[in-house]
Design a protein around this ligand. Structure first.
Ligand code: IPD
Ligand code: CA
Ligand code: CA
Length: 267
């Protein structure tokens, strides 16, 4: 399909994301049997399915590319020696997942020192497979993607916030966006909303503090679809949360100005 940097990893990430998505979907269809634990906060949950799906992905990556590092939400960092790192969110949108909503996905990126090389997001309930590789374009189920041609008001705007940030500041941000005429939505999966920016379904996505596994695959898609992203730290910085913002080119500067993220510890 797509040509570009990392074609071998792209093909592997697609195959692995599909298998991971199938397992996640099987567990989703019997979600009343899942053991669910609370992490830091009542809104921060993890289920057996999250851990099992990440294990499936990591084993497949280790087998195919033992020289690559891996960073996953549930099982952390494992070192590599190739200069490439797989950044894995086995289920992004655990809250919608556990509540029986369709808006969740498997998110897999492969990154180097410059950012994402490959990004794959698979939403099993919707049967949507988003794929991108550096210089190779962005696709949804094989069809090329373009970000919107317009400003912040050209479409809905995705937003997110988690328990790590100051709720009053989030309130101010949402109010400022409303005052600017942006119609914001929160769907429950930041990774999927970033994919929707690439697909031209949203004008942008903003969240004051996220982790690399939430955003790197979505960033690969947005860049390849002609949009703009706020840079996320690379190298060791990949392990720390940071502000996340991606948008179509005509919305980006205004969104940056309104959200005023600065550096995330301020939030
Ligand atoms: C979360 C989702 C949510 C976002 C949070 C993330 P998880 O990831 O992407 O939309 O607002 O910041 O932590 O916990 O469902 O993998
Ligand atoms: Ca996530
Ligand atoms: Ca997750």
């Amino acid at each position: 399909m797509e040509e570009g940097v990392g074609a071998d990893r792209l093909a592997a990430a697609i195959e692995i994301a599909r298998r991971a998505g199938a397992l996640a979907l099987e567990r989703f269809n019997a979600r009343e049997t899942l053991v669910v634990e609370q992490k830091r906060h009542v809104t921060d949950l993890v289920s057996e399915a999250d851990r099992e799906v990440e294990t499936l992905i990591r084993l497949a990556v280790s087998e195919a590319f033992p020289q690559d590092a891996q960073l996953g939400e549930e099982h952390g960092l494992s070192a590599g020696r190739s200069g490439l790192i797989w950044v894995i969110d086995p289920i992004d949108g655990t809250a919608p997942y556990l509540n029986g909503l369709p808006g969740w996905c498997v998110s897999i990126a492969v990154c180097d020192e410059e950012g994402p090389v490959v990004g794959v997001i698979y939403a099993p309930v919707l049967d949507e497979l988003y794929t991108a590789s550096r210089g190779g374009g962005a696709f949804l189920n094989g069809e090329p993607l373009r970000a919107l041609d317009g400003d912040l008001r050209a479409g809905l705007l995705g937003v997110g916030a988690n328990d790590r940030v100051d709720s009053a500041r989030v309130g101010h941000m949402l109010a400022a966006l409303m005052d600017a005429g942006a119609a914001w939505v929160r769907y429950g999966s930041g990774a999927l909303m970033l994919a929707w920016v690439a697909a031209g379904r949203l004008s942008g996505y903003a969240e004051p503090r996220m982790s690399a596994w939430d955003c790197m695959a979505g960033y690969a898609l947005i860049i390849e679809a002609g949009g703009c992203v706020r840079s996320f730290p690379t190298g060791e910085g990949l392990q720390q949360p940071a502000p996340v913002l991606g948008a179509c080119a005509g919305a980006y500067d205004e969104l940056v100005r309104i959200c005023d993220f600065g550096s995330s510890p301020d939030w």
